[in-house]
Write a protein that binds this ligand. Sequence first.
Ligand SMILES: Cc1ncc(COP(=O)(O)O)c(C=O)c1O
Length: 423
Amino acid sequence: MKTCFSIQDDFPLLKRRIGGHPLVYLDNAATSLKPQVVVDSLVDFYSNYGVNIHRGIYTIAEETTLLYEQARTIVADFIGACHEEIIFTKGATESINLVASTWAFDAIKPGDQIVVTTMEHHANFVPWQQVADRTGSVLKVIPINPDGTLALNKFEEIVGTKTKMVAVCHVSNLLGVHNDISTIIKLAHKAGAKVLIDAAQSAPHQKIDVCHLDCDFLVFSGHKLMGPTGVGVLYAKKELLECMRPYQYGGGMILKVNVDRSTWQGLPQKFEAGTPPIASAIGLGVAIQYFKKKLNFDDLKIHEASLCKRLIDGLATIKNVTIYGPTDQLQENGHIVSFTIRGLHPHDVAAYCDRFGICIRAGLQCAHPLTEFLAMGPTVRVSTFAYNTQNEIEYLLTVLEQMTKDMESVDAFEDRLHNHMSV
Ligand SMILES: Cc1ncc(COP(=O)(O)O)c(C=O)c1O
């Protein structure tokens, strides 16, 4: 099983077998696999460095600080930001919570509006719901069209002078749909609102340039980008970060503490109180370097679209399958496909696939407002990345086909049994 990138051998987890079957990992929207160089970087960190940063003046403390700050520069370059505009957090969730609990509580007043969409992951929905509750502002939710795309016309209706924040995902973690964030950012700025882009599902799959986009805040997680867990990124425009109060207080972010008041370090330390995720941040830097060396976004897009196309075409031939989201868009630019099979609970589908070594996600996908809006229950979600192959998609389709056949024969058996008992 080779991909167009021929990188499968770089991922140690792909050597595992589950129930005698090779691992087929198709849950990349939840987290990605890590290449060996990232695993090695963690071992190297704890074997050769492993001390705290921005504190010690001995050699390995200074070396460790340098590695950590180099990782920040790598992340900044990756999205076209400046070094001091990158704040390391523990994930996209914490990055959003940081903005909600610092910028928002100062900038949002009673009667103001916060705008999100129906398709947000809970991480970009609940923090804003909390801000609205506690500030007396109003949370407005942009609906989606029947095909799963965002209702941009409603956006123009809803966003106005009272809107202070528009928080929107770049790519939906359930429908896989891509939002036209350039247009959204322009419309929001025209109304005088700030914009936060949740790039958790896009940063690993497409080129992001925060200057070109002109977004105010952008967040993503390291672990979906082949990096370690425990590190996430908040990008914010420097002028915003300079005005925002710190998120947490403690060591590392302090300039001077007096008994009656304290002052803070400059950027980015002001937002990184305590010991940060040093090893994970360095690992994320290694992941991005690996990514740049082995992959490119143009080929990745073609590769993932071709996997999505084969999956969607194959699913369409399986009885009782419903695919959610704009399939035309996904076949051109997608890495997430969600579906259900009538008569089968998504958990049963995922458990059946697991027997054959296939990892796929089943459930409400941390998107309750969306599942409620679409009046649908749990779904099965398949999500791809660079190391996935057409063979893996064929294998998944064969397993799903077999599952529906097995279920048909169980149903037929049940009918026969029923008839027999009622004679
Ligand atoms: C669109 C989106 N936003 C935010 C998150 C939260 O990311 P994390 O759990 O890494 O903080 C996820 C995770 O799946 C996501 O898909």
